[in-house]
Design a protein around this ligand. Structure first.
Ligand SMILES: CC(C)(COP(=O)(O)OP(=O)(O)OC[C@H]1O[C@@H](n2cnc3c(N)ncnc32)[C@H](O)[C@@H]1OP(=O)(O)O)[C@@H](O)C(=O)NCCC(=O)NCCS
Length: 166
C-alpha cells in the first residue's frame, strides 16, 4: 500500500474517484462531483495540483497537497494535507481530510491511509500537533483517528476536535 501525490499519469483513476465522490459527505467537501473527464483534465486537475504551491490565490488560502492511497493497482482513497493552520482551520477542518471508496470501506484502508498521511504531515506542518475534526455521528472516522493515536482535545455540539502529537 502506498500514498501517491496527485499527478498527471494517474489522471484517469483520480478522475474516477473524484467524479464519484459526493459534494459533501460528513463535512468532506468536493466541488467536482460528476465532472467530465475532459473538464477534470483541463481544469480540475491542474487546479488541484497547483494547490501545493498556490498561485494567484486569496490570502486566506493555505497550501494543500492531495494524495491518493493505492493498494497495488487500485486507487482506494484520497488524503489531503493542509500545510499549516489559520484561525479558521484551527477551529474548523484542521490539517487533514480523507475519504475511502465506498466499496472499499471497512477493510482497514482508512486507518492505514491516515497512518501514512500523518507520517508525511509531521514533516510538513509547523504546529506541534496535527489537528483533525470529525462529526459526532461519524463513528468510522472517529475510529480511524483514535486508531492513529489521536486524542479528543475539545468538542462542540456537532464535532469532536482531535489532535495527534508529532
Ligand atoms: C471514514 C472513512 C474514511 C473510514 O474508512 P474505512 O476504510 O472504512 O476505515 P477502516 O476500515 O480503517 O475502519 C475504521 C473503523 O471503523 C469501523 N467501521 C468502518 N465502517 C463502518 C461502518 N459502516 N459502521 C460501523 N463501523 C465501521 C471499522 O470496523 C473500524 O473499526 P475498528 O477500528 O474497531 O476496527 C470512510 O467511511 C469514508 O470515506 N467516509 C466518508 C468520508 C468521511 O467521512 N471522511 C472523514 C471526514 S472526518
Amino acid at each position: 500500500m502506498e500514498l501517491r501525490k496527485i499527478n498527471m499519469q494517474d489522471a484517469h483513476a483520480q478522475w474516477e474517484y473524484t467524479t464519484a465522490l459526493p459534494a459533501d459527505e460528513n463535512g468532506l467537501t468536493n466541488p467536482y462531483t460528476g465532472i467530465s473527464y475532459e473538464d477534470y483534465i483541463e481544469k480540475a486537475l491542474p487546479a488541484l495540483i497547483s494547490y501545493e504551491h498556490p498561485v494567484d490565490m486569496p490570502d486566506w488560502f493555505v497550501p494543500e497537497t492531495y494524495y491518493y492511497l493505492w493498494d497495488e493497482d487500485c486507487l482506494v482513497g484520497e488524503f489531503r494535507i493542509r500545510h499549516h493552520l489559520t484561525e479558521t482551520l484551527k477551529n474548523g477542518a484542521g490539517h487533514i481530510g480523507y475519504s475511502i471508496r465506498k466499496d472499499k470501506r471497512g477493510k482497514g484502508y482508512g486507518t492505514a491511509g491516515l497512518k501514512l498521511t500523518i507520517q508525511i504531515a509531521k514533516d510538513i506542518v509547523p504546529e506541534e500537533e496535527i489537528y483533525l475534526r470529525v462529526n459526532k455521528d461519524n463513528i468510522p472516522s472517529q475510529k480511524v483517528m483514535l486508531n492513529n493515536g489521536a486524542y479528543i482535545a475539545r468538542e462542540d455540539e456537532e464535532h469532536y476536535f482531535l489532535r495527534v502529537k508529532k
